[in-house]
Design a protein around this ligand. Structure first.
Ligand code: HEM
Length: 469
């Protein structure tokens, strides 16, 4: 009986001598009007429920168990939602809020209203592009450590690129947020805690579809409690050390603490400080790890692009290790990252809940409806990107820019990712430092399946072999 509940996804991947259509789910061809099927399919994989029509320039609406879901896939309508009527659509979906509240409390990622307004400038300042140079050294050192570790392995050794990249970006963000004195064991414990938390929470909040506007709280199982307790315990200790003047002076937590002492009206107590630190940690490492992993997959399948990347690194850096100063000159590396973010946006769905009734395009929106902006669909819409399913980093070379609001891997409007510069710089720099010394190869017959949890990752990670250059 349960066999019919088991879900699989048909994956398309096409390779030519100099063209690549990298792995993506085939369009959905199920019969309309079967909400249970759709919910089950979405739980397995949110990216495999879209029909051909959804990959077009339009705003559409559907009902699922009485809930209105509006899918916004037109640049003008996206601008309307994220910028013009930001205040009506700033609220995250009940799914997102419920999934993360246990871990992040009122952290910026899921807050709204006054709390968001007060905290946003604070977090903005801390991860702002002006601060990127201060964290650039951490990016350089940590990537170089990874290169050294790979050097100690036999040539052609097998690793899982997703876990390697997650380790790398977690270390970078951990040193940036908490400072250098967190220690390897505590850093690993926080990273594992976040990974285990993600795997334990569901991707759909059924309660919302059953009529609860706020969704239902996630069941706090003993396993979930354990991973949260571990993360909170470690972060609280760091915050308390900083409050007592014993922390690393250059860390983001230190900046938060200093801000609080200058502006006591912010009322950032240990819990609020922990929530923001945990938010930056989570938002800042999962996304970059996914980006780098997808970039390795794409380069492995498109050696002609990899060649251009290698030539550029040689031209710009010669034999020396790439540094932050080289980043503006690494145009191919940047284009590869931008194209990776188009094809595999780490946050493939931006979900909001309408506060009041509104009208998006021709669609009347009811209060509490779910508004979905799906970068996965938008970035693969032929009207905005020619050969939308093909990997063509050239489309970003020479300062070429997509149509406004058609390319939003970092979202847009007042809730745009504050870590945009940090994330872009980190992705380009880590790619260049590693690609200078290693080729990463995905097995010819490997089945790579994009999976949408909180972020978009290859299901089961990305087993690869690494080869010295
Ligand atoms: C390639 C890397 C990254 C990508 C693709 C990315 C993408 C995004 C997106 C799409 C959002 C909005 C989510 C939504 O509205 O539902 C977001 C929010 C956020 N990101 Fe990033 N991000 C990246 C790296 C970073 C880094 C490195 C940091 C911190 C150092 C960071 C911190 C945040 C924070 C704090 C928010 C919440 C902002 C708010 O709600 O006002 N992100 N990110």
């Amino acid at each position: 009986m349960f066999a019919s509940f088991r879900q699989t996804t048909d994956i398309i991947e096409k390779r030519g001598a100099d063209t690549l259509e990298p792995a993506h789910a085939d369009v959905y061809r199920g019969k309309p009007g079967r909400p249970l099927n759709l919910i089950l399919k979405a739980r397995h994989d949110f990216l495999s429920i879209w029909r051909k029509n959804d990959y077009t320039n339009r705003v559409s609406s559907m009902k699922l168990l009485g809930r209105q879901i509006v899918i916004v896939n037109s640049p003008e309508a996206i601008k309307y939602v994220v910028a013009t009527r930001h205040e009506n659509f700033e609220r995250k979906s009940p799914q997102m809020r419920r999934a993360l509240e246990f871990l992040l409390g009122d952290g910026l990622f899921i807050s709204d209203g006054e709390t968001w307004k007060q905290r946003r400038p604070l977090v903005n300042d801390i991860v702002h592009k002006n601060r990127v140079p201060a964290f650039g050294k951490i990016m350089e050192t940590t990537s170089t450590e990874l290169v050294q570790r790979w050097n100690d392995m036999p040539d052609g050794a097998s690793v899982n690129a997703l876990y390697e990249m997650a380790g790398l970006t977690a270390e970078i963000i951990s040193r940036s947020v908490f400072g250098n004195d967190l220690g390897e064991d505590a850093a690993n414990a926080v990273t594992e805690g976040f990974t285990s938390y993600q795997s334990l929470i569901d991707s759909i909040n059924i309660g919302y579809f059953l009529g609860f506007d706020e969704g239902l709280p996630v069941l706090r199982t003993p396993k979930l409690r354990r991973s949260v307790k571990r993360i909170h315990g470690i972060i609280d200790k760091v915050v308390e050390d900083h409050l007592a003047g014993r922390g690393d002076n250059n860390s983001m937590v230190e900046l938060l603490v200093r801000r609080q002492s200058r502006n006591p009206e912010l009322k950032l107590d240990v819990v609020a400080l922990r929530n923001e630190a945990a938010t930056i940690f989570m938002a800042g490492h999962e996304t970059t790890a996914a980006t780098l992993t997808w970039a390795w997959y794409l380069l492995s399948r498109a050696p002609w692009v990899e060649k251009s990347v290698h030539e550029e690194i040689e031209r710009v850096c010669g034999g020396k290790v790439p540094t932050l100063d080289d980043v503006p000159k690494l145009e191919w590396c940047r284009a590869v990252i931008e194209e990776t973010l188009r094809l595999y946006p780490p946050v493939p769905i931006l979900a909001r809940q309408a506060t009041a009734a509104d009208r998006i395009g021709d669609i009347d929106v009811k209060p509490a409806s779910l508004i979905l902006i799906v970068p996965w669909l938008l970035h693969r819409t032929e009207a905005f990107f020619k050969d939308a399913n093909l990997f063509k980093p050239e489309r970003f070379l020479g300062g070429r820019k997509p149509i406004p609001y058609s390319y939003i891997p970092f979202a847009s409007g007042p809730r745009v990712c504050p870590g945009l510069q940090f994330g872009m710089t980190e992705s380009i720099l880590c790619l260049a430092i590693i690609a200078q010394r290693f080729k990463v190869r995905v097995a010819e017959d490997a089945r790579v399946e994009p999976q949408c949890r909180l972020t978009l990752r290859p299901r089961g990670g990305l087993p690869v072999t690494v080869h010295r250059r």
